[in-house]
Design a protein around this ligand. Structure first.
Ligand SMILES: [Zn+2]
Length: 80
């Protein structure tokens, strides 16, 4: 039983066809823990934060995590 049946709501004709697009991730991509932006291994650090505040992030970068570490299986794919 799907939600339409469960709640007695008429199902739209596209209900079996709608698929959310997969999130694309560059291999090695990381997410900045300060601003939430992503960056590639080639960029090394979040360029937005480094360029916005050279005093804080001079020569270093803000903390970051691997983007795939917080994504659920099945909602993302690597870029090709
Ligand atoms: Zn950032």
């Amino acid at each position: 039983m799907d939600d339409y049946e469960r709640f007695g709501v008429p199902a739209p004709p596209w209900k079996d066809y709608y698929l959310a697009p997969l999130i694309t991730v560059v291999p090695g991509e990381r997410t900045c823990l300060v601003c939430g932006s992503t960056f590639t291994p080639k960029e090394k650090y979040c360029q937005l934060c480094v360029n916005a505040d050279h005093n804080t992030w001079d020569g270093t970068g803000p903390p970051s995590v691997e983007t795939v570490s917080y994504l659920e299986e099945g909602v993302w794919r690597y870029t090709v």
